[in-house]
Design a protein. Structure first.
Length: 88
């Protein structure tokens, strides 16, 4: 982490219909800090939830919000993580 706390990188999970559908593909979506890079996001995910990411894709929306689409490794379950976060 570049002098940032993990809670400052991963701001909150996204609970939209599309994000819930992506759980079946073992992907979870978070709103993240605009200055966070993919490495920061992976480290914060591991630090906070003890799960490893296989891949991280980021998207900057027109409203200026940065979203991270995180595909978890096969040994971890996105549905289980979403349940623990209160999305399901």
């Amino acid at each position: 982490m570049k002098a940032r706390d993990a809670t400052q990188v991963l701001l909150h999970p996204v609970g939209t219909e599309k994000a819930i559908r992506l759980l079946d593909q073992n992907k979870i979506v978070f709103v993240v800090d605009k200055n966070a890079d993919k490495e920061d996001i992976q480290k914060a995910l591991h630090e906070l939830f003890k799960v490893r990411a296989e891949r991280v894709n980021t998207l900057l929306t027109q409203k200026g919000v940065k979203k991270a689409y995180i595909k978890l490794k096969k040994e971890h379950s996105a549905v289980e993580l979403a349940t623990n976060l209160g999305l399901l």
